[in-house]
Design a protein around this ligand. Structure first.
Ligand SMILES: N[C@@H](CCC(=O)N[C@@H](CS)C(=O)NCC(=O)O)C(=O)O
Length: 213
């Protein structure tokens, strides 16, 4: 399989964590988001949504959307599971994953930041305030859910789930963008626990072939 990815794309990072946890190998195809390669016609033919990640399976079939890709990987390689079998716990994991993937990430996606800057003319400081605002809004809710329902060293127990696959890259974005994360101690404890695990280390931006400063 091939994974179209950019080293510091948090959605690609989610999929890389899932792959590493499941011990699945993919060939890495770099798409340079800083250079706008996601908008090239050739890439859009492969992924009409014009983003990363994109998985191409062994039959040459392309699949976009990080959560759909992870669900596909879960079916291909069920062990270890990233979604618990128990119905309420499974829903809880999906609740957190969706909070990050649907409520947080899209607001700070590159195309949104570019639109704010290039079309609406917002300043660097305003763009930074926008970014920090949506990180704070989202992580406040994530922290509350984890305090209420979380147990163990990961989000929901002592094994990583889809929730951790989404949490770690989102926190990494917050750190990279100099957001104040001190208000989210449970979130940060999980983040640092994950950072010590080999699968998460393997998936980290700095370990990817296209990594650059
Ligand atoms: N909902 C999609 C989002 C994919 C996406 O937009 N990824 C970002 C990188 S994290 C991207 O490619 N952005 C390019 C852009 O906005 O131009 C997913 O979960 O895969």
């Amino acid at each position: 399989m091939q994974l179209y990815s950019f080293f510091n794309s948090s959605t690609s990072y989610r999929v890389r964590i899932a792959l590493a946890i499941k011990g699945l190998h993919v060939d890495y195809c770099a798409v340079n988001l800083r250079a706008g390669e996601q908008r090239d016609q050739a890439y859009r033919t492969l992924n009409p949504a014009g983003g990363v990640p994109l998985l191409v399976n062994d039959e040459g079939v392309a699949l976009g959307q990080s959560l759909a890709i992870i669900d596909y990987l879960e079916t291909l390689q069920p062990d270890p599971p990233l979604l618990p079998a128990e119905p309420l716990l499974r829903a809880r994991v999906l609740e957190l994953a969706n909070l990050i993937a649907c409520d947080m990430h899209p607001l700070n996606n590159l195309r949104v930041l570019n639109y704010l800057k290039n079309e609406l003319g917002v300043s660097e400081a305003q763009q930074q305030a926008w970014y920090a605002h949506w990180i704070a809004e989202g992580l406040r809710a994530v922290e509350a859910l984890l305090v209420r329902h979380g147990v163990g060293e990961y989000c929901f127990g002592d094994q990583p789930t889809l929730a951790d696959c989404c949490l770690v890259p989102q926190v990494a974005n917050g750190i990279r963008m100099n957001c104040d994360l001190t208000l989210y101690p449970r979130v940060m404890a999980i983040y640092y626990h994950c950072q010590r695990q080999p699968a998460f280390q393997q998936a980290a931006p700095a370990q990817q072939p296209d990594y650059c400063e």
